[in-house]
Each structure stands twice: as C-alpha cells, then as structure tokens.
Design a protein around this ligand. Structure first.
Ligand code: NI
Length: 262
C-alpha cells in the first residue's frame, strides 16, 4: 500500500511545550508521514524559529504569523509595525491565528479592540495576498459578521460551531479545520460538521500541544497524532482513509494558492 500523506494545518510546535524535545517531535512527524505542517506563530521569536525550521525543510512546513485575540491588549504602534514586517516575509504563508475570544474577555472595550485587530489583520492578509486562519471562541456571530464584511480567503481553525453555521462559512468560501474533538465521545457538533459539510472545504489539524485526540486525550498533543483524527474523519464520512487524506491534500493546496473550489 502506498504511504499516506497527512496534513496538520495548525501546530504550535515552536511553543515552549516542545522546547525540551523539539527534534524528537519533528522526527516523529516526518516518520509518521505528516508531509505538510503549518506552524502557528504568535510572537516574533516563534516566527523566527519557524523560519529557520522551514529553511531546512521548505516543502513540509508552512508558517502562519498572527496576533492572538488575547494579545491585542498590550499592542503598541511599534509592535504592530514589527508584526506587519514579519508577516510580509515571503517565508510566512498565512496570517493567523487571529480572531475573537470572548471566553476569557468580558470587558466590552477589550472585545472591541479584539474586533479592531481582527479586521486589521484580515486587511493585512489581503494586502499581502496571503490567506488567514481564524480562532473563534464564544464569539461565532461577531466572527462571522466580520468575515462576511471583510471577505478574504481564510479558514476556521478548531471549528466548534453547529453544522448550519459551518455551512454558512462555507457559503462564503471559508474552510473548516477539524481536530481532536472529532474523536471525543461528547463532541456531537464536530462529528455532525464533519459528516455533513462539503468535503472540499475540510481540513485536518492537531492544535498541538492542546486538544490531543483519543486515544491520546489528556496528553500533550503533537503533529504525529494527525492520523487518529483523519481516520475518524474518514469513518464519519464513510470514505477510506486514503480518500480522506487525498481530499485534505487537495484542499490544502487549493487553500494555500487561494484558488476557487471547482
Ligand atoms: Ni492555536
């Protein structure tokens, strides 16, 4: 049987959680056939570390750079400009993860600031002609409204909304990335979304070090666990794992090139 090629579209492998055994983690993902990994970077030091890794293995790694919703608090004009310069680096493929997180933030002014920087970063992605990756927690309607008004190429990371909502995002051309929760017993939404949406918009992700899939649930997650997620997605959609990996592969290529779905 031909070796399957997997994709992790959301991996925080330059996070401190992997500081101790970084080389082992990247070694395991190569061995497991995780042939595409998008590294999510949320600080300049992380982006630089990811760029160094991508130089060694440029086809395997993609890089997303973004200002996370909770980090907009401390932002200065200088740090914004620095971020814009890094985002423009040709080694950076995507702007993310960006978006809204109302779960931890109740203050209306701070929520407004999150919306402002979400919009600014979508507009930056458009200027740079790069797609964007979205984090949305307890803020799905505001997220949707902004992505409708400021329409550009993007994906919803760790989508946890309903299948109806997923279909609305897809109508606007946005992709839906699913991770560990699709393997959880109590994650009804994730399974329903996986089963029902147009497969041409589905992507796989770990969100490591968080959200480890069953049977690794509760442990530190890593890209080499992607097959557990894709296997479950294939089962839910009633296709072979081979078909599922191939669909996700086509979707990812198309997403990065920002081509329309045909
Ligand atoms: Ni993330």
């Amino acid at each position: 049987m031909e070796k399957l090629r997997y994709i992790d579209t959301h991996a925080h492998i330059v996070d401190d959680a992997f500081r101790e055994d970084f080389d082992e983690v990247t070694g395991r993902l190569r061995e497991a056939g995780i042939d595409r990994v998008m590294i999510i970077t949320l600080k300049p030091e992380e982006t630089e570390k990811a760029i160094a890794l991508k130089r060694e293995d440029p086809l395997r790694y993609q890089i997303a750079a973004g200002i996370f919703p909770e980090d907009v608090r401390g932002i200065t004009e200088e740090s914004w400009q620095r971020f814009c310069r890094l985002a423009a680096d040709p080694m950076v493929d995507c702007i993310g993860e960006i978006g809204l997180d109302y779960y931890w933030v109740k203050d209306p002014e701070e929520r407004a600031l999150q919306r402002e920087f979400f919009i600014r970063q979508i507009e930056l992605a458009r200027e740079l002609n790069k797609p964007f990756a979205v984090h949305s927690r307890d803020a799905i309607q505001d997220t949707f409204d902004i992505m409708k008004e400021h329409h550009w190429h993007g994906l919803m990371h760790c989508f946890s909304g309903t299948k109806e909502m997923a279909a609305e995002f897809i109508k606007l051309g946005y992709y839906i990335a699913l991770g560990g929760p699709v393997t959880f017993k109590n994650a009804r939404h994730s399974v329903e979304v996986c089963a029902s949406v147009d497969g041409r918009y589905l992507l796989s992700e770990t969100d490591c070090p968080y959200m480890a899939p069953v049977p690794k649930r509760g442990k530190r997650n890593e890209p080499s666990y992607i097959p557990y997620i894709v296997r479950k997605m294939a089962e839910v959609r009633g296709v072979t794992e081979e078909e599922m990996t191939e669909t996700i592969w086509q979707n990812w290529e198309r997403f990065l090139r920002m081509e329309p779905v045909k």
